[in-house]
Design a protein around this ligand. Structure first.
Ligand code: FAD
Length: 590
């Protein structure tokens, strides 16, 4: 049995633990235990990935000739396979493994290596890759996107600049738009140094403003790093609307280009397509696009990238541009070769609840180009740059006609929130998470009651509550929205005491509260991740523990300053948070 029994953890909890294991044998034992037990695909992938990393770290270079499967551990096989590029040799190794020890993981590693050297399903026998579009390869199937009017695969297209969607809300430019302009400026400065020769024109940062009365932000966009600002104003665009915003952005991106379309139909019968060639640019489509990963930005980014027949890396938090060598034949056109893709936007995003970061690349196929390379970016990922009022830029008006049909969804009513809720600056924050699931309304009531018992406390929630499909009664619903979310994509708080009830302790939540003086967690699971970083861990059901805490605070048995001081302050034994501990085991964890 391995030291860590995978069946005791879900995949997001297992990830950080697996990452710290260096011992291939322990990983193999975990893999076997998982296969014999719950056999979860995600867990198997996590352990196998770690096995390959451990193999890579070992730095062995067994070489093609040294692959003697019978005598090798899974990790060694994984390592040795990296140097085998010949599909026939890999097929031979696979056959020998199946006839010999027939280890599932080894077979999968060989299959993966085959996939990587051959692409596709690993059974092309070394032939060139069939690149016919799915519509031709599978005419018997329904292809609902085959007649997508807006899909315009460019043949030998030209690309340039980084475009930034500068979102506004209620007329104001969002901070995340400023952050993106700063990052785009930094990216393009580096890009121009690396790729643009003397005498050639630099590639630029293009800010996109869509809305009503948004051109007033153009100067600020320039001051923050834009070289060009493209503006479309219309009073019908005062609030974000999915269809017209997406149509307009896509039309700006294709502006003035006669698209050599796979489909000849015009972009729109009545409006939208900008007829005149754009004299401010000389490329078919933007090279890169960035959107804020806000509600509206996420919505817009997905639709625009689909319209432009490209891909999207969503919710990124890191960006850089670099060349990359790729040997996947789907991208190179033939097995066994490596192609260098230049100027690739590397988009890093958190996966598996943030314990692992993936880097997403949007690469052309040999017969098909995928531009713009685009991503949406989590607010707060980059610094807001210092504006430079001396910067100069070009402001361009986009004057395509708006199709009335784009507004066929009628918005009959909407509420505007009176400004956000500021959870910072309170002595205490009581936050609840999915642990309230058994009775969500009662769970929120208990959090509010505990907050009321303190002199100065606010109620916050984990993202699990914001994105969960709980149904709350009206009197607590207002406390369950995104404006009260704490964490990486919510607010950051630093109270004296932070109570986290029914919150597992994902890293994205932690970054929103770990500046608190003292963190008290209430959780039924003694192995919840939050136990690793809280100060006090109350093992118990929040529905029982929170009322007891409330009683203790009301009775004066819990003093905020003393709890914040870890019970060491001058409050004597009464100040020890454990003195009036509610039911459940309380442990001091840090
Ligand atoms: P869960 O992980 O489901 O945990 C519920 C916990 O409640 C469990 O530990 C369980 O043991 C406990 N429990 C169950 N019943 C009871 C009970 N009766 N009494 C006591 N305990 C009980 N999350 C954030 O919070 N903030 C963010 O800003 C944020 N940003 C993110 C950004 C990105 C890009 C991504 C990918 C994720 C982000 N997340 C964020 C999500 C985060 O990864 C977690 O999924 C989320 O925090 C989980 O919420 P939770 O702890 O409420 O739910």
């Amino acid at each position: 049995m391995p030291d860590i029994d995978p069946s005791e953890f879900d995949v997001s909890e297992l990830g950080p633990r697996v990452r710290s294991i260096e011992d291939a044998e322990e990983l193999e034992a975990m893999l076997a235990a998982e296969r014999d037990g719950e056999n979860r695909d995600a867990v198997i992938t996590v352990i196998e990935n770690r096995l390959s990393q451990v193999a890579d770290d070992d730095g062995g270079d067994a070489g093609d000739a040294d692959v003697d499967l019978a005598s090798m551990s899974v990790a060694d096989v994984g390592n040795a396979l990296q140097s085998v590029d010949d599909p026939e040799r890999l097929r031979d190794l696979r056959e020998r493994e199946v006839e010999g020890e027939n280890r599932d993981t080894v077979v999968r590693l060989i299959d993966r290596r085959l996939d990587s050297v051959e692409g596709g399903d690993g059974d092309t026998g070394g032939a060139t890759v069939d690149r016919a579009p799915p519509e031709e390869r599978h005419p018997e199937l329904d292809h609902p996107t085959a007649d997508k009017r807006h899909v315009r695969a460019l043949d030998d297209g030209t690309f340039g600049d980084v475009w930034v969607y500068c979102e506004t809300q209620a007329g104001d430019l969002l901070d995340v738009s400023r952050e993106l302009l700063g990052k785009a400026r930094e990216l393009m400065d580096g890009y121009n140094d690396a790729y643009v020769d003397d005498g050639e024109s630099d590639e630029r940062v293009v800010a996109v403003l869509i809305g009503d009365d948004v051109s007033r932000h153009a100067d600020e966009c320039v001051a923050l790093g834009a070289d060009v600002v493209v503006v479309h104003e219309d009073d019908r665009l005062a609030r974000f609307r999915h269809k017209p915003y997406a149509e307009l952005f896509a039309d700006m991106a294709r502006w003035g280009v006669e698209a050599p379309a796979r489909d000849e139909a015009p972009a729109s019968a009545d409006g939208g397509a900008t007829e005149d060639a754009a004299d401010w640019r000389d490329y078919d489509e933007p090279r890169y696009v960035l959107f804020p990963a806000t509600n509206n930005g996420r919505d817009l980014s997905a639709q625009v990238q689909a319209e432009l027949d490209s891909g999207l890396a969503s919710d990124c938090s890191g960006l850089f541009i670099e060349d990359v060598g790729i040997s996947n034949p789907v991208k190179t056109g033939a097995p066994g070769s490596t192609r260098t893709f230049e100027r690739v936007l590397h988009m890093k995003r958190p996966d598996f609840s943030g314990f692992e970061y993936s880097t997403i690349l949007c690469l052309d196929n040999p017969d098909r180009e995928f531009h713009p390379q685009g991503g949406s970016v989590i607010p707060g990922s980059f610094e807001v740059p210092e504006p430079d009022p001396e910067r100069e830029g070009l402001v361009v008006e986009h004057d395509a006609a708006i199709d009335d049909d784009w507004f066929r969804v009628e918005v009959t009513d909407f509420d505007r929130l009176e400004g956000g809720v500021d959870l910072s600056g309170h002595d205490v924050v009581v936050a609840v998470g999915r642990g309230i699931g058994a009775d969500p309304t009662r769970g929120m009531e208990l959090a509010l009651e505990l907050a009321d018992a303190f002199e100065d406390a606010a109620v916050g929630v984990s993202r699990g509550i914001v994105t969960g499909s709980y149904s709350f009664d009206g009197h607590v619903a207002e406390y369950t929205g995104e404006d009260r979310q704490i964490g990486e994509t919510g607010q950051v708080v630093a109270p004296q005491v932070y109570v986290a009830a029914g919150i597992s302790g994902a890293v994205q939540h932690k970054v929103g509260c770990d500046e608190a003086d003292t963190i008290v967690a209430v959780n039924t699971d003694p192995d919840a991740r939050i136990r690793d970083w809280c100060d006090y861990f109350v093992e118990g059901d929040l529905f029982e523990v929170l009322p007891r805490l409330t009683d203790a605070v009301e009775a004066g048995g819990l003093d905020v300053a003393a709890v914040a001081d870890g019970g060491r302050g001058g409050g004597g034994s009464d100040a020890d948070p454990r003195a009036d501990a509610p039911d459940g085991e309380v442990s001091r964890d840090a």
